[in-house]
Design a binder for this molecule. Sequence first.
Ligand code: FAD
Length: 462
Amino acid sequence: ASESPTVIVIGAGMSGISAAKTLHEGGIHDILILEATPRIGGRLKKTQFSGLTVELGANWLFGGGPVPNPIRDMAKKLKLRTSLNYYENITSNTYKQEGGLYPSKLVEEIDKVATARDDFCAKFSEQLSAKQKDVDVSILSAQRILKQEPKTPLEMVIDFYHNDYEDAEPPKVTSLKHTYPRNEMMDHGEDLYFVADPRGFEIIPQYLAKQFLSSLTSDPRLKLNKVVREIIYSRNGVIVKTEDGCTYNSKYVILSVSVGVLQSDLIEFQPTLPLWKRIAITDFSMTIYTKIFVKFPYKFWPTGPGTEFFLYTHVRRGYYPLWQHLENEYPGSNILFVTVTADESRRIEQLPDEEIEAEIMEILKKLFGDNIPKPESILVPRWGLDKFYKGSYSNWPDNYSKKRKDHLAYPVGPVYFTGEHTNDRYLGYATGAYFAGIDTANDLIEYIKNKSCKGFNRNRWH
Ligand code: FAD
């Protein structure tokens, strides 16, 4: 790599790597990738937990839809070990707050209502898009229009399963128009493949990187452990400064950090980003989705067909609501896996592991009796507290216009922005990050080659 590359890509997650690969394929070989952590992958991140490889970040791939999913295609090519999840029986496995199962007929009825409500949301969203271009509402508002606001703990946990489990935020704050219909599932399918492979989900961005880098550790175009702290930009180009005192010059930058990082003060911009850009950043939503793994010495929960998932109902919406045993993914592992989101995630991220374990054990004792064993270990990822992520993925808030969303992706002079949050169709997902990198790199290639750009005014510096 030259001392003054044409493009510096900041971040080696899915979007940064797919942007760099696209630049390379577009004839721009003079690039430098600066990544804060010691690894490629970003929010695709594996770890070891009680002798197994589990995913701290993204876990599921979508399949079975009418549109090819490039991530799933790569996963197939790499023979990534996945397990198809079956949610159908969840209505037979819904527990009351104080223990004991709800009659499955009752839960099925409520789930049917929730499915009909989802269908209404999709239709209503299309109507709004066709007739009222500037109007958006929250998903909750659409539920109210239908006179079906979930109110009881049972209705709320089913609603969580239908919405928060995907968006990581409640319907109250989520855009109807930009969430329904759910494009990732409509296009790529509703078959959910759980990644459980010793190489981790991160093998996908690594595989992409290997197509243009000679090595993932020693290619001079990739510098790991480089925390960018300052971006100085002008019509002459960009100066990027890292925490270890290094300075890099380039003509352009592609910045792939999460919208959570953009909202924080990790990176200082000189001059300050224009107001339209800052508003687009600060008004968007970075959610937290927490996947807690708990390892026990033996199983005390039901196993076998139709038991994979269970719901826990509580008057407090989102209180340890969705559980999965990992018997299919990791046979004999004796691991329970519970998902928490949004405000509950923010709350538990502040707690020590022992307190989280105590809350979990109180619930499990209600469901399975006082004689259950103590966990051998617990794993609680804290994405919201991690300064290089500041959350799990983005969510489109209600009342956040498409125009503002476009501003989130627009470049400011020579500084281009990418990342899952800049994609409209699959934002939040690994596929969104993959396509975002391609789109941003193509915009930049177009500008470098033809000094023109499609769809946006590149010269909006102020
Ligand atoms: P990132 O992966 O965040 O990449 C940005 C990179 O920039 C990172 O490597 C970061 O270290 C680096 N960086 C940050 N600050 C600096 C700095 N100052 N200097 C240099 N480098 C910096 N998606 C799915 O498709 N399916 C799922 O099941 C799913 N579940 C998820 C569950 C969780 C808990 C999380 C966290 C995410 C999940 N996602 C899922 C979302 C998916 O992981 C992301 O959308 C995608 O990986 C984001 O890629 P990105 O390139 O946009 O951002």
